[in-house]
Design a protein around this ligand. Sequence first.
Ligand code: PMP
Length: 435
Amino acid sequence: MKNYDKSVSMLAESKAVLAGGVASSLRASMKPTPLFAESASGARLRDVDGNEYIDYMLAYGPLILGHANPVLTSAILEAMNKGYTYGLQHSGEIELSKLLTEVLPCADKVCLSGSGTEAVMLALRLSRAYTGKTKVVRFHGHYHGWSDSIFTSFPAPDMKSQAADAGADKVPPGTAGQSENALEDVILLPWNEPEVLEATLRSRAHEIAAVISEPVMCNSGCIAPREGFLEQMRALTQELGIVLILDEVITGFRLSIGGAHGRFGIKPDLVTIGKAMGGGIAISAVAGKAEIMNLVDSGQVNHLGTLNGNGVSTAAALATIGELAKDNGAAYTHLERIATDLAAGIRGLFEKHGIGGVVNQVGPVFHMMFTDQKEVVHFDQFQQRDAGKYTRFAELMLEEGVLVRPNGLWYVSIVHGAEEVNLTLQAIDRIFARL
Ligand code: PMP
């Protein structure tokens, strides 16, 4: 048995002064205890008790180059030595913005922020200013950050799939302290249901400013869009004067250098990107159509933030994207290979041990879940997975020296290789034998 004593005692120490003992509420759910990290390098992380793990949590997505990547580290140090932030403009902002407009198909112009939540806030604001309308359509099971105007209970309660009353319910708040009215402008719909989307958009186009959607439902089961669904979303929003925002905070720079919209060949009006963009340093962006982004140029839409575009974050993003783009995008072939080997290996182990399970993979990301269903292609089905069993599995994985998120979504980095894959599959084989 591994020993987590030091993490346990540090959590108690932390709780006395840091509310909740964790800096982001989600981290509190880790079993047997939220771990305290000591250091990390490449694909490995060491905790304060001296336990080492192959890391597939990767800080919830940003560490696409792995931990302490030398190229990224030296870019950050170089930027730090020149003064980390100026509150003035600098060449790094221009260089990064140019690069983003080159690699992201939908980007004529960009805005830089610090987190995915802020990027979504700005994208929604731009959409309302551009259309002069206020309602926003979002989908069950998607996550768009924790700001009051979009954060809803997750997972959402019973949803209506009938076109007639879809989106008619009051949207439940995601947390205590959220204003009763905060979600009044949100219409919550089931995802991957073309008829519901069409009926809602056609009947309420006059009041809908934007549709916001993850291009792949990464936050709930890594569910791929049904064939034609994103295309339909694009066509309808275009026809009806509604801004289409693809929230690529997870998929941006992860599914391809051009994000999911580059991979799928969809051109949204706006995208939000974060996480992998900075390789682990806080930075996010809204990118999109000049006509909409120009509302910031004209001063009609305010975009603010003390540390926006700071030299460390732009240097980190430039270095990260540079690493991902080099050798004709070989990084993506590698990421996809590793994810495919793991996903196929896990499916094989489900079968070998007669355990019901599904692995949904879209390129370099996948979600593993325990369920007796044959497939999980809808949020309803995702809700029926055995989440408790996965949490137990994740705990057993720690014992085996593998760190995975307690909810089933796996991330890989460019420094994960065959050795990590083999060790991981061997660990799962042993755990499945005990489950
Ligand atoms: N959008 C999506 C799709 C996300 O997955 C997340 C974070 N998991 C966010 C927005 C919010 O990003 P952040 O945590 O950086 O605020």
